[in-house]
Structure formats: structure tokens, C-alpha cells
Write a protein that binds this ligand. Structure first.
Ligand code: GAR
Length: 185
């Protein structure tokens, strides 16, 4: 049985979907949710689903405190689901090929610092792209640059707003992210 930690900065709808996915079967369990944002709705979701959750700050991320917490919960796989900070090199080294992120566009396009959530969808629409999608990739110490594991696409429609595109991309995320994590475990 693998122990998964999910790190999320916001709503946490992917976190909820992944938690529920792994409740069935005995491949893995989400044992911990972490966030650096005390307002993040992911805390409420974790509470309702009875998964322990912990708030951390930038110092704790860098000084080994988060790393110790991951060890305490015997985490062996880390999923970033809407996490907005750069990941420290020390934790990446402790989890080689065991940290994955999801990005709501087709990397290498529309990635990098500051490109998250609806900002990504707005940029995709403004640039006139006819296709968007999701990218699941390994995490390294740069934004959105680790090796790509999986991509899936969806159309960008003429009358799309960032909300309608976000919804279409989220559907891909809910469908594929748990499956891809499972295939890596
Ligand atoms: C997801 O669409 C995810 O791909 C994106 O944030 C959203 C979080 O939604 N991640 C990034 O933009 C990372 N650069 P959620 O909190 O409802 O799961």
C-alpha cells in the first residue's frame, strides 16, 4: 500500500477526486493533505473526508519541517494538485520520480512562474489556440519543467470564456489524474 500526500493551494477539487479514487481498492491511500494557504478550501474537503491536513509556511518548507512531516506520515508519493509554490530541491531529492504535478494546459506552452489556474485559461484563449488540455509531469526545481508523463487534449471553442474552458480542462483532470498516479505506483 502506497501512502500519498497531496499538496494544494486552493479549492482542492482534484485532491477530493484523488482521495475518493484511492479509497476503493488497496493500491494507495491519501494519508495527508498539505497547504501553505490557510484560506484554502482543500482544508474543508480534507476535514469532510477525514484525511489529516496540515498548514505549513515557507520557512517550514525549506528548513526540513515539511520533510519531517512527510516522513512521520510515511509518505512515499507526493501529488501537487493546484500548488503554486516552487518545490525545494531537498524534498525533490528525497522523492526521486515520486513527485508529480498537474498543469491545466499543454506544456511547454502556457507554463512557468505565475501561470496557474484561470490565468492559464485566459492566456490560452487570448492567444487564439484551438486546443488546450492537461499535462501531468514530474516535479523538478523549476516551474512546470520536469519530464512530461501524460497529456490529454480538449478543444478551445470560439465562444469559450475562461470559466467554460476551465470546466472542460477540469473534466480531463478528474478523469486522468488518478489513473496516471495509479499507473506510476
Ligand atoms: C487545476 O486545474 C490544476 O491543473 C491547476 O490548478 C487547478 C486546481 O484546481 N494547477 C496549476 O495551475 C499549476 N500551475 P483544484 O484546486 O480545484 O484541484
Amino acid at each position: 500500500m502506497n501512502n500519498i500526500a497531496i499538496i494544494a493551494s486552493g479549492s482542492g477539487s482534484n485532491a477530493e477526486n484523488i482521495i475518493n479514487h484511492f479509497r476503493q481498492g488497496n493500491i494507495a491511500r491519501v494519508v495527508l493533505v498539505l497547504s501553505e494557504n490557510k484560506e484554502a478550501y482543500v482544508f474543508e474537503r480534507a476535514r469532510k473526508l477525514d484525511v489529516p491536513s496540515i498548514l505549513f509556511n515557507s520557512e517550514e518548507f525549506l528548513n526540513g519541517t515539511v520533510s519531517k512531516t512527510l516522513k512521520r506520515y510515511q509518505v512515499d508519493f507526493i501529488v501537487l494538485a493546484g500548488f503554486l509554490k516552487l518545490f525545494p530541491h531537498s524534498i525533490i531529492e528525497e522523492f526521486p520520480q515520486r513527485i508529480v504535478n498537474i498543469h491545466p494546459a499543454l506544456l511547454p506552452k502556457f507554463g512557468g512562474k505565475g501561470m496557474y489556474g484561470n490565468k492559464v485559461h485566459k492566456a490560452v484563449i487570448e492567444s487564439g489556440e484551438q486546443e488546450s488540455g492537461i499535462t501531468i509531469h514530474y516535479v523538478d526545481s523549476k516551474y512546470d519543467e520536469g519530464g512530461i508523463i501524460f497529456q490529454a487534449t480538449c478543444p478551445v471553442l470560439k465562444d469559450d470564456t475562461f470559466e467554460t474552458l476551465a470546466q472542460r480542462v477540469h473534466e480531463l483532470e478528474y478523469k486522468y489524474f488518478p489513473q496516471v498516479i495509479e499507473s506510476l505506483l
